[in-house]
Design a binder for this molecule. Structure first.
Ligand SMILES: NC(=O)c1ccc[n+]([C@@H]2O[C@H](COP(=O)([O-])OP(=O)(O)OC[C@H]3O[C@@H](n4cnc5c(N)ncnc54)[C@H](OP(=O)(O)O)[C@@H]3O)[C@@H](O)[C@H]2O)c1
Length: 308
């Protein structure tokens, strides 16, 4: 089958397009014919070697954790899906070896859910990792409740655009940070936009003089540092981007594959409360360009790789 691989750590230039053997199908896995796979910052961070201390990486690596596709075959222990089913998945394992930037991926069944019927494959591929991150952070770490106000740092990106919609669906008021060019976009999602950078704390206080009930940080650094002072008494803080959140009394969230959570996202999409903005699509052989664009750090929504 055709796939993108890399044989050593590095930037987009180490990616190669070529033939690799099809994956074998273990008892708990589902062979998915990949229609689309989305790009996440973690792909190029793993590829750069940043996670070498925590993840076993077996070269050559097929990158990619997000998938939308069609079930080709199921492992002998799998009862949840059948050939022909349209699925989405955050196909992460603890070992980095065979990902989704390929014609086929053998995804553990615990990482999959049915694809939302009203999203096309490119949109659906953008949902799993980013959507699960937003959903798990907002519902578990932050325990966001109806009527509360949440501040989302980096609200226009992959995780942020989904976090805004999920928070709105939960009945919260959302303030989201983004560059000016994304402010109208944030309004369409239901958020009140504020520009990030110097003076951010004052701009948030102008919108929420009594403070916000929760902050979801998707940026880290200065955005995280100013956040505790923006909270109401008892307000909650979570970051997916900066472990320094722990020293500030907040939660560090690392997203987990979870079929039930993924199904909740599918249901939100099908109820019309969650959609995925696809900023750009690239054919599989141009995955390096997709990765470069994502690494530039200003994606609105998701960048997707499609498999012919
Ligand atoms: N721990 C986990 O489980 C987990 C899971 C998913 C993601 N993450 C991490 O979370 C971060 C965000 O992921 P993502 O997929 O959403 O990335 P992304 O889609 O690449 O985010 C791009 C967005 O970030 C915005 N942005 C850039 N600098 C900003 C700043 N200083 N303040 C506010 N917004 C800013 C950009 O908006 P403008 O164009 O308007 O500037 C753009 O819309 C990454 O570091 C990623 O590795 C962690």
């Amino acid at each position: 089958m055709k796939a993108i691989t890399y044989r050593s750590y590095g930037g987009p230039d180490v990616l190669e397009y070529g033939d690799v053997p099809e994956p074998k199908l273990g008892p708990d896995s589902v062979l998915v014919r990949v229609v689309a796979a989305s790009v996440n910052p973690v792909d190029w961070k793993i590829q750069a070697g940043y996670l070498d201390g925590v993840l076993d990486v077996v070269f050559p690596v097929i990158p990619g954790w997000d998938v939308a596709g069609v079930v080709e075959r199921v492992g002998v222990a799998v009862t949840e899906f059948a050939p022909g089913d349209e699925v989405i998945g955050y196909a992460r394992e603890d070992m980095v070896r065979r990902g989704t930037f390929a014609e086929y991926v053998a995804a553990p069944v615990r990482t999959l859910a049915r694809k939302p019927a009203n999203l096309d494959f490119a949109q659906a591929a953008g949902l799993p990792l980013a959507g699960l991150t937003a959903y798990q952070a907002l519902t578990r770490a932050l325990e966001l409740k109806p009527g509360e106000t949440v501040l989302v740092h980096a609200a226009a990106g992959g995780v942020g655009s989904l976090a805004v919609q999920i928070a709105v669906a939960l009945g919260a008021r959302v303030i989201g940070t983004a560059g000016e060019h994304n402010h109208d976009y944030l309004r369409t999602l239901g958020a009140e936009p504020v520009a990030y950078g110097d003076g951010l704390a004052d701009r948030v206080r102008a919108l929420a003089p009594d403070g916000v009930d929760a902050v979801l940080d998707l940026v880290g650094g200065e955005a995280l540092r100013i956040s505790p002072a923006l909270l109401t008494g008892g307000g909650r803080l979570a970051s997916v981007a900066d472990g320094a959140v722990l020293a500030l009394g907040g939660h560090y969230v690392f997203v987990r594959p979870d079929a039930a959570d993924l199904t909740a996202l599918t249901e939100l999409a099908e109820s019309g409360r969650l959609t995925v903005e696809v900023a750009a699509t690239f054919p599989l052989e141009r995955a390096a360009e997709a990765q470069r664009l994502n690494a530039a750090g200003h994606t609105r929504g998701k960048i997707v790789v499609t498999v012919p």
